[in-house]
Design a protein around this ligand. Structure first.
Ligand code: FPP
Length: 241
């Protein structure tokens, strides 16, 4: 893209840090898991909103490598919610043309969940309307470390020369290797942090931090943010002409 060019197209790839479920529930005197269940309903609405907005790729942060530090009740409740979500939504996602992928380290997840994730990826693999990527047990640093390990193995077995390693090489080893970089990263709940999400991939992303707690994040608000993106100037480090 030329320097200082106005974006008159929307963001093709939006990534979301869905924050605020716990506070949303606690402000209602309910357990944190109640907030996560309400948050899962929002996921469905936001996925549906993507196609008319021209958002082809949506990547959502569902569980971080740091989230294991939460109570056993919350962690197992979230894992059970992911299984439930996949069982309940699989048919609809397939029918609506959504291609689902998961990123993150699967090794720590339970076998039942892994099997459901594999199956959902397989049954939606021909879809191309919207590409939904769900990050579970995902951390940006962990992803770069795992990618580097695989890259180092290729150097060790002679299929990659150290001199050939450049900015194009590492992303081929990332979990997101088939995805474009995010254009826009949204974080809900008033926190202005990126919390280890898509560190490499978001180098040139625009950020939008909103106060709304995730269970209250409506498709209208999503639409407004995506619409406003068209007016942003992205310079990719260049000086305006
Ligand atoms: C952060 O809010 C949210 C999470 C750690 C979980 C995200 C999960 C969902 C939105 C639900 C299910 C998702 C799918 C894909 C089915 P928080 O709990 O840290 O909120 P707080 O900062 O208010 O405590």
């Amino acid at each position: 893209m030329a320097a200082d060019q106005e974006n008159n197209t929307g963001p093709g790839h939006v990534a979301i840090i869905m924050d605020g479920n716990g506070r949303w529930a606690q402000s209602r005197g309910r357990p944190r898991l109640f907030g996560h269940h309400a948050g899962a309903k929002r996921v469905k609405e936001i996925v549906r909103a993507c196609k008319p907005l021209g958002v082809k790729y949506l990547t959502i942060f569902a569980f971080s490598t740091e989230n294991w530090k939460r109570t056993q009740t919350e962690v197992s409740g979230l894992m059970s919610l992911f299984r439930q979500y996949i069982r309940k939504e699989a048919r609809g996602l397939k029918a609506e043309g959504v291609r689902v992928r998961f990123i993150g380290d699967r090794l720590k997840l339970d076998d039942k969940l892994i099997a459901l994730m594999d199956d959902l990826e397989a049954i939606t693999s021909e879809n191309d309307v919207v590409h939904l990527t769900i990050a579970i047990n995902y951390g940006g640093r962990d992803e770069v470390a795992r990618a580097t390990k695989r890259l180092a193995q290729d150097v060790a077995n002679g299929s990659l020369m150290p001199a050939d390693v450049d900015e194009e090489t590492l992303p081929r080893y990332l979990d997101t290797h088939v995805l474009p970089d995010p254009d826009l990263v949204i974080r809900t709940s008033g926190e202005a942090r990126i919390s280890n999400f898509l560190l490499w991939q978001s180098a040139y992303a625009e950020y939008e931090f909103v106060d709304t707690l995730w269970p209250d994040f409506s498709d209208e608000e999503f639409q407004k943010i995506v619409g406003a993106f068209g007016g942003r100037k992205r310079r990719y480090g260049a000086v305006p002409a």
